[in-house]
Design a protein around this ligand. Structure first.
Ligand SMILES: [Ca+2]
Ligand SMILES: [Ca+2]
Ligand SMILES: [Ca+2]
Length: 491
């Protein structure tokens, strides 16, 4: 391949990057502070009555050098000569190699028609002098451009680091010989449906840090896309699973969809910096869910990364189209808005159109009306959680603060975050699917929103009533489960 063509491409790309940088500069030049790390922990100070949101400046979500994700066009969308290519991904890697790179398939996600490629400048190619570390953004822009120009490729993007919204830790151990209804479950009256605490015949995939065997969970399947072990070394995934579906029995807690089958799809792992993983790992988990879409009803994604559409690595999203593939296959996808007190549409998967994006409220007594004490970090009872991301992209709010659930050591703990709000929604969606097995994701979504508490609804003295302090002026509905299985005409 001639160098002139490559050079022209590079010039075009550099121009685009400069324009994007200017647009993005008010954000990217903010002081660096990792958005989801321990710096974000809200201290436990019971003397404060703080409902002021403290926005955490986002840092650039790291691109993983040398790894690219490529979604191929559906064969039916290819016309003419392209249709006759027997091995499209090999044709794509050959195209990349012809332009001065080494390329190989690292992972095939056949359900999603998506491939993870290892790509690096070849020894004698035009980028042979380019150190990947020194010029990684230029190299990745060139590679992405080559991929996107290939007629066989639908979309392509660099692999990226993804993480959990770090739980706001005020963990308290919990021991009891009787079953406690967690306040979040009480607040949304999940336990008071017409089929009260009935076992939910449904399947929920938890794409997270793993889910450990726990006597209060119906753990059904285990698979890992980050190493061999399916164990949860963080606690986050086991906690999320319990809020969605802890068993209804004589001990521990109970989830929104009691006894639903938990599919532990591990995509994040404990690292030195916290609990994180890669976009390619998450896509591997989504591919697994798609392959089991006839069985899995709901996916819970209490994870994310800073990836607004104006970032060049984020403007062509294999991630969003992969999630849309799941939704088109009938799977409901619930995702966390994030814990940075920022606009939720700066983050993925929160900003995607067809997911159910969940913000958090703080409730401390299981009732509406704001009569409870402040939360462990000072939010008023029945107020929008001070850490929660917000904005018109948010679909629904749910309790996320001081949520008691199953822990990875076999006990029970309270932690906070939109990660804890999301499985309330995933569980209610699963409960609806258990009672309406043929419901489409949009019908489930409409049922949740129809039964939810609206902004003008007065408190009924129990769980049914709205919350205060929503920071964006867009009053998303608040999850309410009492009538969710019997709501009529969710269309
Ligand atoms: Ca239980
Ligand atoms: Ca309350
Ligand atoms: Ca709002």
């Amino acid at each position: 391949m001639d160098n002139l063509k490559t050079l022209k491409r590079t010039q075009v790309i550099v121009t685009v990057i400069l324009v994007l940088s200017i647009i993005g500069s008010p954000i990217t030049l903010m002081p660096m502070q990792f958005s989801l790390g321990q710096n974000n922990t809200i201290s436990n100070n019971s003397n404060t009555s703080n409902t002021t949101s403290v926005s955490t400046p986002p840092t650039e979500t790291a691109v993983i050098p040398g790894k690219y994700i490529v979604k191929l066009k559906d064969p039916s969308a290819l016309g003419g000569a392209a249709l006759s290519i027997s091995d499209p991904i090999s044709a794509v890697t050959t195209d990349i190699e012809d332009q001065g790179f080494d390329a190989s398939v690292n992972r095939s996600l056949l359900g999603l028609n998506t491939y993870v490629l290892d790509i690096a400048p070849s020894e004698n190619g035009s980028f042979s002098g380019a150190s990947l570390l020194d010029n990684s953004s230029v190299v990745s822009s060139v590679v992405e451009n080559i991929l996107e120009e290939n007629p066989l490729v639908e979309s392509a993007q660099a692999d990226m680091l993804m993480t959990i919204p770090e739980p706001i830790s005020n963990a308290s151990d919990f021991k009891t010989s009787t079953q406690t209804i967690p306040r979040g479950i009480d607040r949304i009256d999940a336990e008071a449906t017409n089929k009260s605490l009935q076992s939910a015949n449904a399947d929920i995939a938890i794409l997270d840090t793993g889910v450990n065997n726990h006597k209060d969970l119906n753990l059904f399947k285990n698979i890992s896309f980050v190493g061999i072990s399916t164990q949860d070394n963080c606690g986050h995934g086991t906690h999320v699973a319990g809020t969605a579906a802890a068993r209804n029995n004589s001990f521990g807690v109970v989830g929104a969809a009691p006894d639903a089958r938990i599919w532990n799809v591990k995509v994040l792992e404990k690292t030195a910096d916290g609990c994180s993983g890669s976009l390619s790992g998450i896509l591997s988990g989504l591919n697994y869910v798609l392959e089991n879409a006839d069985t899995i009803d709901v996916v819970n994604l209490s994870l994310g990364g800073y990836c607004p559409a104006w970032r060049s690595e984020c403007d062509s999203s294999v991630y969003e189209s992969s999630i849309n593939d799941l939704i088109n296959a009938g799977v409901v996808v619930a995702v966390a808005a994030g814990n940075e007190a920022n606009p939720a549409d700066w983050y993925v998967p929160a900003r995607f159109q067809n997911v159910i994006t969940v913000s958090s409220i703080s409730d401390t007594d299981g009732k509406c009306g704001g009569m409870g004490t402040p939360s462990s970090f000072g939010d008023l009872d029945d107020s929008f959680s001070s850490y929660s991301n917000y904005g018109p992209i948010v679909d629904i709010a749910a309790p996320g603060s001081d949520i008691l659930s199953t822990w990875n050591d076999g006990t029970f703990k309270s932690i906070s975050g939109t990660s804890m709000a999301t499985p309330h929604v995933a569980g209610e969606a699963a409960l609806y699917k258990a009672n309406h097995p043929d419901a489409s994701p949009s019908e489930v979504y409409n049922a949740l929103l129809t039964s939810a508490t609206k902004g003008n609804m007065q408190c009924d003295g129990n769980g049914h009533g709205y919350f205060t302090g929503d920071v964006d002026g867009v009053n998303e509905p608040l999850l309410y489960g009492k009538n969710v299985t019997t709501v009529s005409n969710p269309n």
